[in-house]
Design a protein around this ligand. Sequence first.
Ligand code: PGA
Length: 254
Amino acid sequence: MAEVIIVPDATEGGRVAAGLIAALVQANPRAVLGLATGSTPLTTWEALEPLALDLTEVAAFALDEYIGLPVGHPESYRSVITREVVERLGMTPELVHVPSYDGDPETAGEKYEAAIRAAGGVDLQILGIGRTGHIGFNEPGSSLASLTRVKALTRMTREDNARFFPSIDDVPVHCITQGLGTILRARRLVLLAFGSSKASALAKSVEGPVSSGHPGSVIQLHPDVVVIADEAAASELEHAEYYRFAWENHFNVG
Ligand code: PGA
């Protein structure tokens, strides 16, 4: 079962997630992180900054990237990761990877998979969740065994991400994303969910049937998952009371 930690707000959630990352990096200065974009992980990066960890030897792999934005576009996930994570936390740019489409849908994903393998695999993968239930950009219908590949985004995801663009028509239709099978290979998953708009998707991920119809539910197949949710995002969890009790009486999540 996932360790579900219910926190008062996103700021506290970011602190808890940052604590997990800090413990990992202190034990292994050459750890490999899995990075997520979007609004959700921002409080985690904010909480990491004052810890002033030495992350210069830490490698990282982002979950996904849009296809079709010009190189250097401020909303490309390469730019977002550079701005929000690499520069802010003093990571080494050469060690931070973001998938990119090289013009060949057959090989683009394989190259990214090979790079993750060459780095020894991801130790701790940060995940957000979309209203469609996506993790990474694995929209409903994604194979539970999928690897990095090109996908089309749903209308709902493009609407949600339109806030970063002049209009929805400017949100790319295609992306390259780690697959659900790729995500499952990470040694630990840390899924963050903040706000009432995530409540339904979170409940289905943690407690619903495991199904490609709700990609986030694949986390139930992983042996080491930490879910960090604020009260609003946790509001539809049937067993919230038990999760609180279990967390208050936890043995060890570090
Ligand atoms: P958000 O996106 O963090 O901006 O809400 C999450 C996601 O789409 O995975």
